[in-house]
Design a protein around this ligand. Structure first.
Ligand code: PLP
Length: 387
């Protein structure tokens, strides 16, 4: 048996050790974490809905009506009116035939890829795809090909070389650690031409991009015919919990019959579905949340450029600052924390070796003053010669 202690010690030496912070407060800019008040810039609650009073009230009403536990899987007796209504509303929201709820995005990605592909098929993935897509691809046992980040020419070459079986191309819509948007129109054209499935994981686009928050497909005006498989998560921009897959009727029916990550797990609490329904209404009605968020992003990018910070090419609320080594990323994160600001350091294997970073994220609940405070703290990093 190998020594776990020495493995843990090695992680510590390599600046890769992870520790959990304990928060006493709801999501929001001001959090009390490990007993200390911090201004946080690392949540995925992009629209500030995770603690919205209407969403909280919907959860409470849902619990009064349905209790807490769903009792069983969707295919036994755990599928409630609340789940069913939410699925219909999600389908409508993204302009697709149907939507199917999954317990988490991680499971949705596994469920879809394994349901559609087998050993003689091939899955194609962007190198920077989220770990859940990668794991889903590996679990499906299909042949696995990775192409260079956002490289449609490389993808085309790989698809042309496939000699048998089905092809499925899976990509993040908005890349989770970089914030850039995948070249979806080009990818959709290539996939349509080659008869390959295209699957977009829009965990960071849903709620944030598009006129009504319909995500990166709305941003590019792409429909179900262009991108048949859309996976969205509910725990980020939507502010609640869970995930969904939306697309053509036969896709959803196939997932109900075959996706093991759908079939063999307990349905999420119906009250959470009620909370998500309330949140989904706010996402669509309160356009000011996206407008304010975009103005904060512009403010930050202008300020950071003036400080000479190494910004990445991102128009989304994910605004990473590249540090390089894990040690540097950790040191920056600690310097910010000393000034009362929480931005966690993102290190391998979450990002490739040598590209550790601060992953700064914004939310519609941040104020202009708070963004200025962040810029002030980053200025000190810059003048300390760190950046
Ligand atoms: C967070 C995330 C997931 C996983 O979703 P969960 O609901 O948190 O399991 C999947 N894909 C991407 C790109 C993500 O960022």
């Amino acid at each position: 048996m190998k020594s776990l202690a020495s493995e843990l010690a090695r992680r510590r030496e390599d600046h890769l050790y992870r520790v959990r912070r304990v928060s006493d407060t709801a999501q929001g800019p001001e959090q009390r974490i490990n007993g200390k008040s911090l201004l946080s810039f690392c949540s995925n609650d992009y629209l500030g809905l995770a603690n919205h009073p209407e969403v909280v009230a919907a959860l409470q009403r849902g619990a009064e009506q349905y209790g807490v536990g769903s009792g069983s899987a969707h295919l036994v007796n755990g599928h409630s009116t609340a789940h069913h209504a939410l699925e219909e509303e999600l389908a409508e929201f993204c302009g697709r035939d149907r939507a199917l709820l999954f317990s988490t995005g991680y499971m949705a990605n596994q469920g879809v890829i394994a349901a559609l592909l087998g050993r003689s098929d091939t899955v194609y993935q962007d190198r920077l795809n989220h770990a859940s897509l990668i794991d889903g691809g590996l679990l499906s046992r299909a042949r696995f090909k990775r192409y260079a980040h956002a490289d449609v020419v490389a993808l085309k070459g790989q698809l042309d070389a496939q000699d048998r079986g089905e092809a499925l191309v899976a990509t993040d819509g908005v890349f989770s650690m970089d914030g850039d948007i995948a070249p979806l129109p080009e990818m959709a054209a290539i996939c349509r031409d080659r008869g390959a499935w295209l699957m977009v994981d829009d965990a960071h686009g849903i709620g944030v991009l598009g006129e009504r928050g319909e995500g990166s497909l709305g941003h590019f005006n792409l429909g179900q015919e262009d991108v048949p498989i859309l996976m969205g998560t509910l725990g980020k921009g939507i502010g609640t919990f869970g995930a969904f897959v939306a697309g053509p009727d036969e896709l959803i029916e196939t997932l109900i019959q075959q996706a093991r990550a759908y079939i063999f797990t307990t349905a999420t609490p119906p009250a959470v579905a009620e909370a998500t329904r309330a949140s989904l209404r706010l996402v669509q009605q309160e356009r000011w949340r996206r407008e304010h968020l975009n103005s904060l992003i512009r403010q930050f990018r202008q300020g950071a450029a003036q400080l000479g910070l190494p910004l990445m090419a991102s128009q989304t609320p994910i605004q990473p600052i590249l540090a390089g080594s894990s040690e540097q990323a950790l040191a920056w994160s600690q310097m910010l924390e000393a000034q009362g600001i929480l931005v966690t350091a993102i290190r391998p294997p979450t990002v490739p070796e040598g590209s550790a970073r601060l992953r700064i994220t914004f939310s519609a609940s941040h104020t202009e003053q708070q963004v200025n405070r962040l810029l002030g703290a980053l200025e000190q990093l810059a003048t300390a010669g760190a950046a």
